[in-house]
Structures are given as C-alpha cells and as structure tokens.
Ligand binder design. Sequence first.
Ligand code: GLU
Length: 303
Amino acid sequence: MDYQKIIEDICREIRPFAEEGKQADYIPALAKINPDQFGICLRTVDGQIYAHQQADTRFSIQSIAKVFAIAIALSLRGEHIWKKVGKEPSGTAFNSLVQLEIEKGIPRNPFINAGAIVVADILISELDDPEGEFLNFVRTLCKDDTISYNEEVAYSEREHGYLNAAIANLLKYHGTIENDIEDVLMFYFKMCSVEMSCRELALAFRAFTCHRDFNYAGYKLTVSQVKRLNAVMQTCGFYDEAGEFSYLVGLPGKSGVGGGIVAIYPMKYSVAVWSPRLNSKGNSVLGMKALELLTTYTEESIF
Ligand code: GLU
C-alpha cells in the first residue's frame, strides 16, 4: 500500500473544505491558534512512517489525553473502574450536564468530560504525584522527555471552565469523586493541556494498536484490556458523532477540541491528523475528511 501517495492525494482533495468550521474558542488560549493548519502522520506497527504537512507541529491534545488517563486507571484498578464510569455512548455533547443528573452522577463513558473528571479523581487517589506520573507515562509512550503540559492553556481553561466545574460539583454531590474538586479539575485541565505533534501521537498510540506487551512506565494492560479500550474508543471516542465517525471512517479513535484526531487500525497502523477548525460537534473538519478518504482509498477498515 502506497500510504505516502494516498496521504498526499488526500491533502490535495480536502483543500476545498479548508475554511469550514472554526477553532474552539471557549478556552481563550486556544482561540489564539492560527486555524489554518493541517498535519498528518501514519505509522505502521513495524515502524514505517508516512507524514505530510505540519506533522511535527505540537498542538493541544485536549480530550485525546482521556485515552492515556483511562489506560492508567484500568492498569491500576482493573475492572473496578467501571463501577464509577460507564462504557456506553452518550449521544449528548461532551460537556453535557443533563444525562449526569438523570443518571445520578455516574458518567456514561470515560471520554466525555464527566467521565474523564472521574478518571482524574481515581488517578489522584492512586498516584503519589499524579501530574508527574501522567506526564511520565505519555513521555514513555513516545520515548520523548520534551513532551509537556502547557500551563497557559490549563490555567486559561480553569479560569473559564464553569461547565466543567459544574460537572465536578455534581459528581461530588453524588459521591462519585473522592478528592477536593479544585485539585481534580486542575489535574484534568493539565492532562488536556499536554502538547504533542501528529508524529508523536501516532507513535504513542502504537501501544493501543499493537495489542501485545502493553507495559509502559510500569503500567500494564492485558491484550484483552487493550482491545476493550479500542472498543470504547470505537463507540464513544467522538462525542455525539461517534456513529458518524464509525460510518465514515470505520476505525476506533479519539478526537480533541484542539483539532487533533487519532485513529487505530488494530495490528496495522495508527494515524494522527490535526487541523484546528472544528465542526458543530467539536471534531476537526479536515481531520474527519482526511480519515474518511484514507479508509475509502485504502479500502481498509475494521469492518
Ligand atoms: N479540556 C476540554 C474540556 O474539558 C476537553 C474537551 C475535548 O477535547 O473534548 O472542555
């Protein structure tokens, strides 16, 4: 398969959509980003790399961090985590409060904000130095010690994160989170603020693509646990557009409001795309388009 040629063709074909959508502006530090950027990197499990355009520009990974967080939590607490957070698609916006109230403080899945805030609370309870250990895990996945939090983005989100604060309060009211609300929110925003490039994300997600030997920074998952995380990405990884992504792209993955999307073809490749302009559901317009064309042209998907 000539992935390089396919990727370059895709980049040409998505150009007409380049001005659709707009970047997330509810986090002021993200509103300043130049929206007209695009990068892509596909990495096969045997280490072949196909990159194009801004594959090496780092951006805010935002919700993509939720995959790293749930992997650590699953490694530490095993199946017990599913008592505090579900694994069903939500069908509502990533920051919705409504379902959480009806379902008495148990979030639908770990990839909506409420679920990730619960996972952040679990990591605070389990780890001596949650911020340091989370970052060390991500750095280990991509063998790169320069990956870091962006404090400006994290504090900018904390200052304006009224909805997430409301979610954390509701969770605390229902007894789903144990720790101090302020500590949980700040750690959650820090995780979301990590900056990585498409090349780094494609490498980091190798761990979830190649199901064998998941053992990074001391966190171990069985083959079955990694496959199950893939299943949760497939059903819940794209806010209330998970069905559309499954239909158009046909791969498990996770998006973030920074404009990044990572998708996985199990045992074959991981691919990361980034472009800040988002559609109304919060997913990157060019990112979705590029991945749709990738699986269409290669005729490869998990289905
Ligand atoms: N930090 C963002 C928030 O909590 C993450 C949202 C996302 O990427 O989906 O709103």
